[in-house]
Design a protein around this ligand. Structure first.
Ligand SMILES: [Zn+2]
Length: 207
């Protein structure tokens, strides 16, 4: 059993003189480096290296740096955001939600089954990915409120494993606000600046 557990989430030392072998399949591993403990995550739609802890003793290994590489194009992200905003504006003032799934060729929009929604909250059933697909982006709207991460969003996202979260707010205005973050095993990395940059020119601003 220990061998099975350890192969699901191995720990390895960061090499100092050679590159780190890439993760062969979707999954994650811990990498102990001279500058801290990192988690490295591989999904079909992204690769990330996140620092998750300091190590208070000298470690004779290589160093790692944080990185988040998304494997879908800006164009695809703009398309998904546009599709979501069109539906979310119709649902306004009630909140709306959807997922984007990554399939070999890129992002596919997935409507979700909304279980309950109001102008301040939404509950929905997470879609099952199609065979070979991977749920990547969790989108929701905040009605007339600005885009930000509520305590409810935080609680939901901590429970999820790895996803890109995107929230749109101020849907009563021509210019909506947006916030985005990678959430991975309870770690958050803000990607709002990235989202605003990609959506620049589409009437979206930072939340
Ligand atoms: Zn929210």
């Amino acid at each position: 059993l220990d061998i099975a557990l350890q192969s699901l989430c191995p720990v390895l030392p960061a090499p100092k003189f050679s590159p780190l072998e890439p993760l062969a399949a979707a999954g994650h591993r811990m990498v102990l480096a001279a500058n801290g403990l990192f988690v490295e995550i591989e999904r079909p739609w992204m690769h990330a290296v996140l620092k998750v802890g300091e190590v208070g003793v000298p470690v004779p290994y290589g160093e790692m740096s944080e990185a988040v590489d998304l494997r879908f194009s800006d164009e695809q992200f703009r398309g998904m955001a546009g599709e979501f905003l069109a539906v979310a504006r119709q649902a306004h003032p009630v909140e709306h939600a959807a997922w984007c799934e990554f399939r070999g060729s890129g992002l596919a929009y997935r409507e979700v089954e909304v279980l309950a929604s109001s102008s301040a909250s939404i509950q929905y059933a997470r879609p099952e990915p199609v065979t070979g697909g991977s749920l990547a982006i969790d989108l929701h709207s905040h009605g007339s409120f600005p885009a930000f991460w509520s305590a409810t969003d935080d609680a939901d996202d901590v429970m999820d494993d790895v996803k890109l979260g995107v929230v749109f707010g101020n849907l009563d205005r021509d210019r909506v606000s947006v916030a985005s973050r990678l959430s991975a095993f309870g770690q958050f990395r803000d990607l709002t600046e990235w989202a605003v940059g990609v959506l620049a020119g589409t009437a979206v601003e930072a939340g």
